[in-house]
Design a protein around this ligand. Structure first.
Ligand code: MG
Length: 228
């Protein structure tokens, strides 16, 4: 039975139309005078911290922890501005899916497993009324490696629930092969959704337990059944 469901944000819960990418590119341009970064960077499924470090390294800049912090502070400011102008949309079926999960007889804990820094996640989800009500989360502030984030949020959930969670009791939902890979890193099952960056083929070949076009009409009762 599924006791913990972990959600990716971009392309899974919401689509921001590239607000994060835009804010990232603007930050690089405003702070360091380097244009075109958004176009040259592959963002899907990566953590904010890893992206900033790659930016410093690739441009011969010093990427001390203070520099990374400075970049991310400007980034969230610009992200907030961008989200106010272009909030994007909630992915199809997400509100119903969350409601159905919460009304199960024994609802699983719901958490976030995202490459966004926490404040970025809050800005993006808050714009759609989806911030709050998460039992736990792991963010790019916690670690730059997504697989480590999966371990961190699993351990947080275990402390919260007061018991050890076995891999098959955890379901990770995401739109890229990186979500599937981090699920596998903790022995969890994964549900790939084709509402963001990844194709069904990409998600399947990464080893997703199941792939759906989107979360509309997903039979949440199936999560109550013991995994085979
Ligand atoms: Mg995503």
């Amino acid at each position: 039975m599924t006791r913990l469901v972990l959600f990716d944000i971009d392309g899974t819960l919401i689509r921001t139309g590239g607000a994060g990418v835009h804010a990232f590119g603007r930050t690089a341009e405003l702070l360091y005078g380097i244009p075109g970064v958004a176009e040259r960077t592959h963002f899907h499924g990566r953590t904010d911290t890893a992206l900033v470090k790659e930016f410093f390294l690739g441009n011969g800049l010093q990427g001390r922890s203070w520099d990374v912090r400075h970049f991310l502070d400007a980034y969230v400011f610009l992200l907030d501005q961008r989200m106010k102008e272009h909030p994007g949309e909630v992915c199809p079926g997400v509100p119903e899916f969350l409601r159905s999960l919460r009304s199960l007889p024994e609802p699983p804990a719901l958490g976030l497993l995202t490459g966004n820094i926490q404040l970025g996640a809050r800005i993006k989800l808050g714009a759609h009324g989806l911030w709050g009500d998460w039992a736990c989360g792991a963010f790019a502030d916690d670690h730059e490696d997504r697989n480590q984030l999966a371990r961190i949020v699993r351990d947080r959930a275990c402390r919260l629930l007061g018991r050890r969670l076995e891999g098959p009791e955890i379901l990770v939902i995401g739109d890229t092969h990186r979500d599937v890979e981090c699920a596998r890193a903790i022995g969890a099952r994964s549900l790939g959704v084709c509402t963001g960056g990844g194709s069904a083929e990409e998600l399947r070949s990464a080893g997703a337990t199941r792939v759906v076009d989107d979360l509309r009409g997903f039979p949440v009762e199936s999560l109550c059944v013991d995994p085979a």
